[in-house]
Design a protein. Structure first.
Length: 273
């Protein structure tokens, strides 16, 4: 298609429209947005944050891939502001409550919905979104279809709730009614880092993913302190005469299954209430 000559009045008329969105620019938000708590990510999102009353789709390489460090700041702020709970539908893991509370999200503010089938998860998610007294909904819906997601989008708009739907990365090429769509995955060779790429937004595609911390400052401090305690508590086997070492178990500490080599489950797995 040939370009319009510079003397044409059409480009000049477009330039005079202050509220006109151009496809190569980041568009304005269609509604309210809540800051994500990550300045670099806010700068890439229309409205400067997560869309309120709209569907945000998060694609992951695995259901237990890191997620909470990305969402915790906004969820904690939403709970404090609205004095309403966060509903978790079909999450793959239980949480370590003290770590969530340390990041500002009290365990008492979480409602865990156990739903076995895809239909039950979808129904529970839709019912939660219809409650005015819900601040946010996180739903693991790997089998949801576009028409079902569209119903959730409409339900979220009625009560201005945050809605995050977790789906497999394999669905990346499929159609989605989500207003915002991101890929979230651990960075290769960097357990302390998350790669976050915006796949769909009102604006141009992102050239490269953002690198965000995979652990909050509070969690990093807890892990460092726990590591120091372990080094001080375990004596050197050679100096102790060999054999076994008996350690006292602290019942306040999380179970061993709540940890991974790189740190706590919150840093390396999605957890639930």
């Amino acid at each position: 298609m040939p370009a319009l000559p510079s003397s044409s009045p059409f480009p000049q008329a477009l330039a005079a429209c202050a509220d006109l969105w151009r496809g190569d620019e980041l568009g304005a938000a269609d509604g309210p947005a809540r800051p994500t708590g990550h300045a670099a990510l806010d700068a890439q999102l229309p409205g400067g944050g997560w869309p309120v009353g709209a569907l945000t789709e998060l694609l992951q390489p695995a259901p237990d891939a890191p997620l909470w460090p990305l969402l915790l700041p906004a969820l904690a702020a939403a709970v404090a502001e609205r004095e309403a709970p966060v509903v978790l539908v079909g999450p793959p893991h239980e949480p370590f409550g003290p770590a969530l509370a340390g990041a500002g999200l009290p365990v008492q503010a979480l409602l865990w919905v156990r739903a076995g089938t895809a239909a039950e998860r979808l129904w529970a998610c839709e019912q939660a979104l219809r409650c005015a007294g819900v601040a946010a909904v996180l739903a693991w819906l790997p089998q949801a279809r576009a028409a079902e997601l569209r119903r959730l989008q409409l339900a979220a708009a009625r009560h201005a709730a945050l809605l995050f739907v977790l789906r497999p990365e394999a669905d990346r090429e499929g159609a989605s009614p989500a207003r915002l769509r991101l890929r979230v995955a651990p960075s290769e060779g960097r357990p302390d880092q998350l790669d976050v790429q915006v796949l769909k937004r009102r604006g141009p595609p992102m050239a490269a993913p953002l690198a965000l911390p995979a652990r909050s400052a509070h969690m990093a401090a807890l892990l460092a302190a726990a590591s120091r305690r372990r080094r001080m508590a375990v004596p050197d086997a050679a100096s102790a005469g060999g054999g076994a070492t008996v350690l006292r178990l602290d019942p306040r500490r999380p179970r061993r299954t709540d940890f991974q080599e790189a740190g706590h489950a919150l840093a390396g797995a999605v957890v639930a209430a």
